[in-house]
Design a protein around this ligand. Structure first.
Ligand code: C2E
Ligand code: MG
Ligand code: MG
Ligand code: MG
Length: 283
């Protein structure tokens, strides 16, 4: 009986592996087609200053609008794109679209302090990201210090050596660097002094249960204090309630973003949002 079960297990695993492999291939095919058909869009989520009141920037977030499946979440395809090597091409679309958009906004009188762009670990390691961005900044005449790249701490730790060089190049160009999902990756903090980092983004998992959860509140407060003493900017991610916004404002967190302010929206809506926000806050 046990032996029989073992054999069944074996069959079960092989077939589920085959299914997983086939699904991956299908997803890869769909991503290639989506690139050809230009189905990847970039949406923008506003970031506000908690010291003043204005919108100071935007985070570019990729959207895949698939005619069959509807909107596919980046969490469901970015890891696959990394694995099959399409992250270079997909990441390039995001870089070009968002930097070009920054140019349009500047021409329309919308001047953001920063455009934040997510870079995944493998993209950062393999695809000459600093050089590509430098080229786009030149092409669209956008100042380098308006661009902030978001990478995770695990990306930094896993690719220490290469990452170090790329970060140095970024720094020389004048591009800023933020650690995304801060507090969820490796626990070594040594990289904070080893690498030229400008900002920390407090992960949404710590923000979610504030102010109710005492330990999350303490962690968030500790991150803010550490950022301040290291002269780094700090951003609260995933702010959904007024109480959370107040919590971060009272603790002198620099910036916030989240559904309370706005989800990620298309570029034209973003421009409208900035204009109405300016009127609302009486600027
Ligand atoms: P992330 O960079 O940490 O982005 C924050 C995610 O939280 C976004 O999900 C955003 O829509 C969502 N979010 C923002 N505010 C709130 C809130 O108040 N509540 C909740 N529940 N969620 C909120 P999204 O757009 O699905 O992106 C997921 C992840 O995919 C991103 O996490 C980022 O790691 C990755 N990603 C997105 N766009 C790109 C891209 O262009 N390139 C790369 N390499 N990765 C990307
Ligand atoms: Mg991010
Ligand atoms: Mg994040
Ligand atoms: Mg994330």
């Amino acid at each position: 009986q046990a032996k029989g079960q073992g054999r069944n297990m074996f069959h079960y695993y092989t077939s589920s592996l085959t299914i997983a492999a086939a699904e991956k291939l299908r997803l890869e095919g769909r991503m290639r087609r989506a690139l050809e058909l230009d189905q990847f869009l970039v949406y923008y989520q506003p970031q506000i200053s908690l010291l003043g009141d204005g919108i100071i920037g935007a985070e570019a977030l990729i959207r895949w609008i698939d005619p069959e499946k509807g909107s596919v979440s980046p969490g469901d395809f970015i890891p696959a794109a990394e694995e099959c090597g399409l992250i270079g091409a997909i990441g390039d679309r995001v870089l070009e679209a968002s930097i070009k958009q920054m140019r349009h906004w500047m021409d329309d009188g919308i001047h953001l302090e920063k455009l934040a762009i997510n870079i995944s670990p493998r993209q950062f390691r393999l695809y000459d990201v600093p050089e590509r961005i430098a080229d786009l900044l030149h092409r669209y005449n956008v100042p380098a210090d308006r661009i902030e790249l978001e990478i995770t701490e695990s990306a930094l730790m896993e690719h220490g050596e290469r990452a170090g060089q790329a970060l140095q190049t970024l720094k020389e160009i004048g591009i800023r660097l933020a650690i995304d999902d801060f507090g969820t990756g490796y626990s070594s903090l040594a990289y904070l002094k080893r690498f030229p980092i400008d900002a920390l983004k407090i992960d949404r998992s710590f923000v979610m249960d504030i102010p109710g959860d005492e330990s999350d509140a303490q962690i968030a407060q500790a991150i803010i204090a550490m950022a301040q003493s290291l002269k780094l900017k700090v951003v609260a991610e995933g702010v959904e309630t007024e109480a959370q916004l107040r919590f971060f404002r009272e603790r002198s967190c620099d910036y916030a973003q989240g559904y309370l302010i706005s989800p990620a929206i298309p570029a034209d809506k973003f421009a409208d949002f900035v204009r109405s926000y300016l009127q609302m806050s009486g600027f």
